[in-house]
Design a protein around this ligand. Structure first.
Ligand SMILES: Nc1nc2c(ncn2[C@@H]2O[C@H](COP(=O)(O)OP(=O)(O)OP(=O)(O)O)[C@@H](O)[C@H]2O)c(=O)[nH]1
Ligand SMILES: [Mg+2]
Ligand SMILES: [Zn+2]
Length: 368
């Protein structure tokens, strides 16, 4: 059976890591994972199609001896997270610590909204339960239940077995672990994939978002099936979705959807609004609403002359250009820099073989 499977010259696999011009692609052969080191066909490069971790790809010219091949086609993506770039994600596992660092409800809200705004199912995992009393844990459970979440409480460090609710949700799914720095994301990965050398405490950089760590995302195969990617922690995700999406990001608002008098109610000061009220996260919602409206206003009042393009990867793998609208663009730039911005970006991005080939400054500038 295995022998027969090894005869094929082309097969669909999952990209689990990208490094320079090479991609590690995982195949299941007779139920066992096999990893091939692959290049990308020149045709994909010409089409401007980037390969990202999570992509389902057709690998051709498979050399079963040396486990090498060439990526010929990227299957259409179900979704694409941009930071770090991972596609076909089944769920986001949002990890927070109950203590050390102390659980900040506003920060948790912000992360939840950011995760929900991707449209990808979100699961909440609260780590370091060894540091809290059972009473405190019960209080958090009740409180977050009212928010609309049913977190899994865990101590990655001291639990003899990780909870079955957590293990079950990871089975056969592609999961991206996200959350602030120091909450135990890498520790969890180490626990789940015992032979992995995911270093803990490695986040670097001024913003707590090391460039290299964000880019070198990798999907690890779990012993019970499923794939898991660790991400570096950062403490303040931007909320850049629109108002309609913001409302969808709150389970409390989703629950009362359609009950407002006006279809376009933003639940702020409209008369007869039944969402407005004394629910715990209502102030979080109002503050994020202000932020989102402000962001929207900034976009609307952006002078055209200052428009700078942003490079995004479409779900089809094509590089797309869209106006970059962040406040960052108002920074003073040298004349040469202004003139060359757009051109540089086109050449740098389109001419590169993979994200890893791009200049760090270009990636930063254009929001990768
Ligand atoms: N008390 C306690 N400490 C834990 C637990 N899990 C992890 N830690 C500790 O928390 C610290 C941070 O853990 P990491 O796994 O590096 O956290 P991280 O989320 O990957 O952090 P970044 O990579 O900075 O985003 C380490 O010192 C761990 O030993 C736990 O269950 N209980
Ligand atoms: Mg980490
Ligand atoms: Zn309303």
């Amino acid at each position: 059976m295995k022998q027969e499977a090894q005869q094929v010259s082309s097969q669909v696999g999952t990209v689990v890591a990208c490094q320079a011009n090479y991609y590690q692609v995982r195949f299941l052969v007779a139920g066992e994972p096999l990893y091939f080191l692959c290049t990308r066909r020149a045709r994909l490069k010409k089409l401007g199609q980037q390969v990202v971790v999570g992509d389902q790809v057709v690998v051709e010219e498979m050399d079963w001896q040396d486990q090498r091949g060439a990526i010929a086609t990227i299957h259409p993506r179900n979704n694409l997270l941009d930071r770090p770039p991972v596609s076909n994600v089944d769920q986001i596992l949002l990890v927070f610590a109950l203590a050390e660092p102390q659980l900040d409800p506003i920060q948790l809200s912000r992360f939840l909204v950011k995760a929900e705004s991707t449209g990808i199912p979100v699961r909440l995992c609260l780590n370091k339960r060894d540091l809290l009393t059972p009473e405190d844990i019960e209080q958090w459970q009740a409180r977050l239940g009212v928010w609309g979440y049913k977190p899994t409480f865990v101590s990655v460090q001291t639990d003899p077995c990780l909870p079955s609710t957590l293990m079950d949700t990871l089975k056969q799914r592609v999961t991206v672990v996200a959350g602030p720095s120091g909450v135990g994301k890498s520790s969890l990965l180490n626990r789940l994939v015992p032979d992995v050398d995911a270093r803990t405490n490695t986040v670097s950089g001024k913003l707590g978002r090391g460039r290299h760590t964000t880019r070198h995302v990798e999907l690890f195969g779990l012993p019970g099936g499923g794939l898991l990617a660790d991400t570096p922690g950062f403490n303040q995700p931007d909320i850049t979705c629109d108002v309609a999406m913001l409302m969808r990001c709150f389970p409390e608002i989703r629950r009362s959807q359609g009950q407002c008098q006006f279809n376009d109610c933003v639940h702020r000061d409209e008369p007869g609004c039944c969402v407005r009220g004394d629910w715990e996260r209502y102030p979080h919602y109002l503050s994020l609403l202000d932020e989102v409206l402000q962001h929207q206003q900034q976009q609307e009042h952006r002078p055209d002359a200052e428009a700078v393009e942003k490079v995004k990867m479409g779900s089809d793998g094509q590089v797309q250009h869209e106006p970059k609208l962040e406040a960052k663009k108002y920074r003073q730039k040298s004349r040469r820099r202004k003139h060359q911005d757009l051109q540089d970006m086109c050449y740098d991005v389109m001419g590169a073989d993979s994200i890893d080939d791009l200049d760090d400054a270009v990636l930063e500038e254009y929001g990768f």
